[in-house]
Design a protein around this ligand. Structure first.
Ligand code: FES
Ligand code: FES
Length: 141
């Protein structure tokens, strides 16, 4: 089923009913924030993960996307995908998997790239944060 304007039904579903929209406190030590832009169009995506440090898995995830329908659908789908996932697995997600699931046309591939960049950047932010905390704790001892 291909809807009006060539968007696939899954895109329209995530676009009109996006999952996990919102934000978390950026300064929480267990939160990683990724903020990325798409050079091709200027759209911006913010993705935040909360990490369970005992298991190194993503316990919660929120996003805000200022962008096109495909970018919103990509981030919405991504949040469902990564919840409960280990950081290692989440960092291996490829934008092509997202594009395939949502049947994005080639001109919309960069929209799913935004989601891949955002999760990678959120994971990096979390890891840098925990590294800094460990260092400070080390210095305090
Ligand atoms: Fe930005 Fe898609 S070009 S809304
Ligand atoms: Fe720019 Fe979709 S057109 S993210």
């Amino acid at each position: 089923f291909v809807a009006k304007r060539g968007y696939h039904e899954k895109v329209l579903d995530h676009y009109s009913n996006p999952r996990n929209v919102g934000s978390m406190n950026k300064s929480d030590l267990d939160v990683g924030t990724g903020l990325v832009g798409a050079p091709a169009c200027g759209d911006v995506m913010k993705l935040q993960i909360r990490v369970d440090s005992a298991t190194n898995t993503i316990s919660d995830v929120k996003f805000k996307t200022f962008g096109c329908g495909s970018a919103i659908a990509s981030s919405s789908y991504l949040t469902e995908l990564v919840r409960g996932m280990s950081l290692e697995d989440a960092s291996r997600i490829k934008n092509t998997e997202i594009a395939k699931e949502l049947c994005l046309p080639p001109v919309k591939l960069h929209c799913s790239m935004l989601a891949e960049d955002a999760i990678k950047s959120a994971i990096r932010d979390y890891q840098n944060k925990t590294k800094r905390v460990k260092q400070t704790m080390g210095e305090a001892l």
